[in-house]
Design a binder for this molecule. Structure first.
Ligand SMILES: *[C@@H]1O[C@H](CO)[C@@H](O)[C@H](O)[C@H]1NC(C)=O
Ligand SMILES: *[C@@H]1O[C@H](CO)[C@@H](O)[C@H](O)[C@H]1NC(C)=O
Ligand SMILES: *[C@@H]1O[C@H](CO)[C@@H](O)[C@H](O)[C@H]1NC(C)=O
Ligand SMILES: *[C@@H]1O[C@H](CO)[C@@H](O)[C@H](O)[C@H]1NC(C)=O
Ligand SMILES: [Zn+2]
Length: 508
């Protein structure tokens, strides 16, 4: 799960479909719909698959994943599985080797894609005589010149700073002071750089702190900070009165290009033209080991991929472990962007499993309705609802607004949905009554932090949700009867509009 406002030191971006390795994408070629290996196995059954789910086996995998996250300590001084780290490479090896050890039940492939990562090592902003508490270097910001402090007058930019003409002529050597709004942060930083500014400060035009990403790097970007509305107010007033404000900006950061990898596993059995697809993300943020986010979802998938091998399937099942989710859904975006129209059609639905074991959990179901999403999304939503109801568990609907890897699927006409247990949201009193836990605290108090360890998992929630994921796989692996057929292209463009979020970062 990606957040909208933390300072994440690591941020990559999709460079475009300039392919790294163009590995064969699954689905096209596997003609054998019943591989010999599975022919003598019992047909998939939801109760039988669910019965195999054991909390202790999930826990054992979580402990193993934490050990893998410790491989990141050399470079990061703490456990992490952020893309590019040894912790992430170890995670990929673990997933890949677990799958290939299952024999020929799955065709396993790596899909590499380019990403840009950034790391802010140190940053500081001084305005007048104060160090504004909310000042945060944006993700993918370049460093200040020579990675040294730069000095300049704070100069207000007109309007929302989305047009070159908003930038005054006395900006050379100055620090541009720009309102948030209308256009991406990256555009403002670039225009400030072109106008000669040595740094930029973008202040919130809404209540609250502000951090975000500059997005695709540009040679004209300058070191850029976000600032809260309240911290900005006194300086705006001084500037409006014509008073001078001196500033010092300092950012030590790097921005670099790397290659990272999605892992895809498809059953060799089952109808390859009708696939149920599901995914979690293999990466964590740089701040911690990510055992709930999304160790929980990734390991649920890995455990169920293992348990599924005891069964025969009628429809193909395709698992994905996305990379660079935390950098803005880069892996799932890339995957969907290179699907041909024919391959796109073979995916009957996509199910997203990101954070299934939050310690202060709620059972959350994405409110994916057919009115606003490709037809079939709502049938999937209702499958989750029926499961919780059948087991007398409470659930809530949460917005389906682009915050996880389902987004590219939906916007390209593929029905989707999923479940989660909550991230940085605050549990309400009503929800405390429904799920237990503590009202007034985050669903995951260790969200995107160092303490997202094995201790940050609620096993009750994890086990129930893994049973529900098992149920979702088994249902569609057995039959798509009653599930809407994929509709023709005409409807696809209607979901192409940009959602509220796309990835963890505010972009404008
Ligand atoms: C796929 O990626 C995994 C994990 O990095 C690696 O161990 C494996 O060798 C790769 N396989 C191929 C065929 O490239
Ligand atoms: C679910 O989404 C629909 C719109 O598609 C909306 O009408 C409904 O109020 C939403 N339900 C909840 C509980 O948010
Ligand atoms: C579901 O919520 C109700 C309150 O709305 C509560 O009384 C009940 O115990 C909850 N059920 C479970 C299984 O927690
Ligand atoms: C998990 O949540 C349930 C229900 O709120 C609670 O009874 C249990 O103690 C929790 N377990 C852990 C390990 O946190
Ligand atoms: Zn996540």
């Amino acid at each position: 799960m990606r957040v909208d406002s933390r300072t994440l030191p690591l941020v990559p971006l999709l460079l475009g479909p300039v392919g790294a390795l163009q590995l064969p994408l699954l689905g096209g070629s596997s003609s054998a719909s019943q591989a010999p290996i599975a022919a003598d196995k019992p047909l998939i059954s939801s109760p039988l698959l669910q019965e195999q789910v054991k909390a202790e086996n999930l826990m054992q995998r979580a402990r193993q994943l934490y050990k893998i996250a410790e491989l990141g300590e050399g470079e990061y001084n703490h456990p992490t599985r952020v893309i590019g780290s040894k912790g992430h490479l170890g995670t990929l090896d673990y997933i890949y080797s677990t799958l290939t050890n299952l024999g020929d039940y799955y065709t396993v492939s790596n899909q590499s894609f380019p990403a840009v990562t950034g790391n802010v090592f140190e940053s500081r902003l001084v305005l007048g005589h104060t160090v504004p508490e909310s000042a945060t270097a944006m993700s993918l910001t370049p460093p200040t010149k020579h990675k040294e402090p730069v000095y300049g007058q704070l100069v207000a930019v007109a309007n929302l700073g989305c047009d070159a003409s908003d930038y005054p002529s006395d900006l050379d050597g100055a620090i541009a002071f720009i309102s948030r709004g209308q256009c991406p942060f990256g555009t403002k930083s670039e225009l400030a750089g072109k106008a000669g500014a040595v740094a930029a400060v973008i202040y919130n035009n809404e209540k609250g702190d502000m951090s975000g990403t500059l997005g695709t790097p540009s040679p004209d970007h300058v070191a850029t900070f976000g600032l809260s509305d309240t911290d900005a107010a006194p300086f705006l007033e001084q500037l409006h009165k014509g008073e001078k404000v001196d500033g010092i900006a300092y950012v030590d950061a790097i921005v670099e290009s790397i290659s990272t990898t999605n892992i895809i596993a498809q059953t060799t059995g089952g109808d390859p033209d009708n696939c149920v697809m599901l995914g979690g993300h293999s990466d964590s943020v740089g701040e911690g080991p990510g055992i709930n986010d999304d160790g929980s979802g990734s390991l649920t998938l890995l455990e169920l991929a293992t348990l599924l091998t005891e069964f025969r399937v009628n429809n193909c099942v395709r698992f994905a472990w996305w990379a660079a989710e935390e950098e803005g859904l880069l892996g799932s975006d890339y995957y969907v962007s290179v699907l041909t129209a024919a391959e796109n059609k073979k995916i009957r639905l996509f199910m997203d499993y990101d954070m299934l074991a939050s310690p202060n959990f709620a059972y959350q179901v994405y409110n994916a309705t057919n009115a606003l999403n490709p037809v079939g999304s709502e049938e999937l939503r209702d499958l989750y609802v029926e499961f919780y109801e059948a087991h007398d568990l409470n659930y809530t609907f949460i917005p389906f607004d682009g915050r996880s890897d389902y987004d590219a699927f939906i916007r390209n006409g593929i029905p989707g949905g999923g479940i989660a247990t909550g991230a940085e949201g605050v549990k309400t009193v009503t929800e405390q009554g429904m799920f237990g836990g503590v009202a007034g605290e985050w669903y995951d108090p260790c969200y995107h932090q160092l303490c997202d360890t094995v201790a940050n998992l609620n096993l009750t929630a994890w086990e129930w949700n893994t049973k529900l994921v098992a149920h979702s796989i088994a249902t569609y692996a057995k039959s798509f009867d009653g599930f809407p057929k994929r509709v023709e292209e005409t409807s696809i463009s209607s979901f192409a509009e940009e959602p509220k979020y796309h990835g963890p970062f505010l972009r404008q």
